[in-house]
Design a protein around this ligand. Sequence first.
Ligand code: URA
Length: 230
Amino acid sequence: MRLDQFIATSTELSRKDAKRTISGGRVHVDGEPCKSANTKIQAGNRVTLDGEVCTLPGERYLMMNKPMGVVSATRDSDHPTALDLLPPAMARNLHFAGRLDADTTGLILLTTDGQWSHRITSPRVNCPKTYRVTLSDPMAEPAVRELERGVLLRNDPTPTKPAQVRVLGDRLIELTISEGRYHQVKRMLAAVGNHVEALHRQRIGKIILDSTLETGDYRELTRDEIESVT
Ligand code: URA
């Protein structure tokens, strides 16, 4: 979509006024002023007018406290999907901004806005995600240091990026990673000789799982939460 069309659709400005606003330097794309009305806006671009994020009308943004046994895919032949927990009218056109394994619980984001979800999931963005990890064995100090430095995962030649670890108990840690490789947390803990018994996501970027949401519940994101994804 062209930038002037994006501005006209996401605000109350006419196409002509949108063009004027753009040439006046009030519009930024990904933090840079953009004065060209025919710039193509693509998945992942962040467009602001006078510093306010512009989103297309009708876009929807939800968080859910994903239960165990539910997959974060739009369709699955073996398991119920998190979309099945929403009223059908609300589920329409939603996709997941990042996935969780069926046996992982906690924060999952759903949206109709592909540009927004791309900013969460793109490997170039390094959006941090925080997990509470229950382990089968006590966490030794050297293993904590290894996770913090980066570890080699099985069948993957590239070490993980440095992680943040908070030891909360004998077999309980909080782990923050900024990548999203396949089964990453489970494989990281396996790489240091431990085993994940339970995994719960608490946070994506600045969005924290609402503690009032029971398992399987969901709510719309606030304006601040939506705009926190930069
Ligand atoms: N890492 C995992 O191993 N599983 C998840 O569901 C999320 C991160």
